[in-house]
Structure formats: structure tokens, C-alpha cells
Write a protein that binds this ligand. Structure first.
Ligand code: GLY
Length: 373
């Protein structure tokens, strides 16, 4: 892979084992059908302590049983900690509860928190791992497409405050990541599509070859070996970017393609009605229109992107009740909170991300209005 994030095989395979490297931190990352069963032996081979707090939500209770079995069979001592499904669990109160669960279980610095689930569990359990006893080991076992290609990789962890999403957190890299693609087979179709919006983002950021693969993707989740390869390509793109800019001061911002207006839409609807991936679908189309108008992107890329998003049931039209001024207000609030210029990520061609500081408001508004039926 480019820019020093790790290595892997290039042909579709039933299991891929990468060695990820972020700064001087190295960890294995496995992607495979049935890989859940290998978490126990993989972690037992790396763990410094035998204690594990396994954090999961009710949606993956059956997987938690299997994972717990794998860890125990490998000689590890497992305490289960269930959190309610949904963004509402990403709170300081839930993090405190998990820290206290860890304390009662006698977890020490050499022990591990294992996060099993989607982005919420990964962010929350990751934050607990970063904070408890000033940091313990972390194993990420993402079970959604979105968590596999995005949130479980890169080390961003955190919780929300009533004042803002992800307002408290830490960068805390995992010591092992295992992605079992069979967990995607039972994921609701809408959830899979939402993860696919991030996959489309990687296609645009990585270049024409990956975009071509994404564009020709059949119904989700798709054939197993090819799916493993697709996830590997996205993960390798992200790892390479994070290896270069772990603390998000430069190139890492390119991973936010589609997120400026995407976040604006999510905030404008009070985080209800649009899932993250659905808002990102609309955000990508807006960013591509702004890129056509300001950076010379060939408009054909926007049309091709719209058709792949639509084919996977992602929105390409904004619902009429979502007002453009509300989206623009939310974007300006984000900018104010950040205290910097609004750097909108664009591409001038697939594989060539750029940032535009303070894009002309009328161009952004026109790009949003284009989403009207
Ligand atoms: N999801 C964007 C990042 O991890 O930086």
C-alpha cells in the first residue's frame, strides 16, 4: 500500500492479514469470512494481560457470545458489558459506567477492551480504552460496513456532549482489528447502503481504478472474496492517510469528502431522519458539484457517482422539508466551533483531493438546491 501504512495481497482472497503501522505503533488487521473465531487466538498471542472487557450492543448479542467463547477458549478472562444500541450510548455517563465495569472486573493496564459492533460501540469502547487507567489495550471488531471501512480504523474515539457530537475524545490506536465479513450478511439493507456511501467516498479519493470497482459493485453485500478485497482497498487508503497525519492536521481532512454538507444536513434535521451515510451521499454530490464549478472536475464524475449511489438505495435528492438555510446555518456553526476557515474537501479528478478554503456561499447553495426534486 502507498505512504507506508502496511502491506497485503492484491488478489481477492478469503482472508487478508495486514500489518498496519501508524507512527511507531504496529498492529495486525485481519479481514475474512468467519474471522470472528480467530480473535481469541490472535489476541492471546499478543496480549500482555489475560483480562478482557467485551463491550457490545444488543444488536450483536449472539456475536458477543461467540466472540466471548473464542476469547475464553484461548485462555482469556472475559467480562461482558452490553450497551444500548444507538448514538444515545455515546455519552460520558456510559463511558463512566464502562470504566466502573472495568474496575469491578479488576482490569489492569496490560488488559484489553474489545469493541464489538458498529461505530457507536467502537467510538465509546475506544474512548474507555484510551481513558481507563490512562489507557489499556484495544481490540476493534467492527460488524458494520461503515465501521469496517471507516470508524474502526484510524484511532478516533470519543463520546458526544449535549453541546456537540464527538466533543470529548482521544486518538487511541487499536492493538488488533478483526473484520468478519459474515457479520454483514444479517445487517439491514439500509445499514449496508449507509456504509457503502463511505466506500463510494474512498473510490473518489483513491482514483479511477477503485472508483470503477465501486461503480460496478453488485447488490450489497456482494461476493465474499471481492467484498474482502473492497474493504481491504478502503482500509489501506485510510491507513495510508492516517499514517501520514494521525492527528488530523492536514491530509487526514481529505477523508471528510462529502462531510461538510453531509454534517450540515444531519444537524439541520436534528440527527433524525437521515442516517450518517445517507447524509454523506447527498454531501458527496454537493461537494462534486462545487468541485465542477470551482476546481474543473469533469461533471461526468458527479453523474456517475449519483447513479452508483442511487443503485444502492442512497438518496440523491433532498427531502423538501429540509431547508437550505438550515443546512447553511449548521455548516457555519461547525465552522465557528472549529475556529478556522471552512475547508471544503473537493476532488479535481478521482484520486486527486484538494481543499477549498471558504467556498463561495452561492456555489454551495446552488449545489444544495440542485438536490431538490
Ligand atoms: N472519519 C474521518 C477520520 O477518521 O479522520
Amino acid at each position: 500500500m502507498g505512504r507506508g501504512g502496511g502491506g497485503g495481497v492484491s488478489q481477492p482472497a478469503s482472508e487478508v492479514a495486514l500489518r498496519a503501522r501508524i507512527g511507531d505503533h504496529e498492529f495486525p488487521l485481519h479481514i475474512g469470512a468467519g474471522a470472528l473465531e480467530s480473535v481469541g487466538p490472535l489476541w492471546a498471542g499478543r496480549a500482555a494481560g489475560d483480562g478482557v472487557l467485551l463491550v457490545f450492543d444488543g444488536n450483536v448479542a449472539a456475536l458477543a457470545e461467540r466472540l466471548s467463547g473464542s476469547l475464553q477458549a484461548a485462555g482469556l478472562r472475559v467480562v461482558l458489558a452490553e450497551v444500548p444500541p444507538g448514538e444515545g450510548s455515546k455519552t460520558m455517563a456510559e463511558a463512566e459506567r464502562l470504566c466502573r465495569d472495568a474496575a469491578r472486573a479488576g482490569l489492569r493496564r496490560a488488559d484489553a477492551i474489545v469493541a464489538l459492533g458498529g461505530g457507536v460501540v467502537g467510538d465509546l469502547a475506544g474512548f474507555v480504552a484510551a481513558s481507563y487507567q490512562r489507557g489499556v489495550r484495544l481490540v476493534q471488531v467492527p460488524t458494520t460496513l461503515l465501521a469496517m471501512v471507516d470508524s474502526a480504523v484510524g484511532g478516533k474515539t470519543g463520546v458526544d456532549l449535549p453541546e456537540g457530537k464527538n466533543y470529548v475524545g482521544a486518538i487511541w490506536q487499536p492493538d488488533l482489528v478483526v473484520m468478519d465479513t459474515t457479520t454483514l450478511e444479517t445487517l439491514p439493507a439500509r445499514e449496508l447502503s449507509c456504509g457503502f456511501a463511505e466506500v463510494v467516498k474512498y473510490g473518489l479519493l483513491d482514483g479511477e481504478e477503485l472508483f470503477g470497482l465501486v461503480e460496478s459493485w453488485p447488490a450489497l453485500p456482494g461476493p465474499e472474496a471481492e467484498l474482502i478485497e473492497l474493504i481491504r482497498r478502503c482500509v489501506e487508503h485510510k491507513l495510508a492517510v492516517v499514517a501520514e497525519d494521525e492527528r488530523d492536521g492536514g491530509i487526514r481532512a481529505t477523508l471528510n469528502l462529502g462531510h461538510t454538507v453531509g454534517h450540515g444536513i444531519e444537524a439541520a434535521v436534528g440527527y433524525e431522519g437521515y442516517r450518517h451515510g445517507e447524509a454523506i451521499s447527498l454531501g458527496l454530490l454537493t461537494a462534486l458539484r462545487v468541485a465542477v464549478e470551482t476546481a474543473g472536475l469533469d461533471p461526468g464524475w458527479r453523474e456517475r457517482t449519483a447513479s452508483v449511489l442511487a443503485r444502492h438505495e442512497l438518496p440523491t435528492r433532498l427531502r423538501p422539508e429540509v431547508a437550505t438555510p438550515d443546512i447553511v446555518d449548521a455548516i457555519s456553526r461547525d465552522k465557528k466551533a472549529d475556529g478556522r476557515a471552512l475547508n471544503m474537501v473537493l476532488i479535481d479528478a478521482p484520486g486527486s483531493p484538494i481543499t477549498l478554503a471558504d467556498p463561495p456561499l452561492e456555489v454551495v447553495v446552488a449545489a444544495i438546491e440542485e438536490l431538490r426534486p
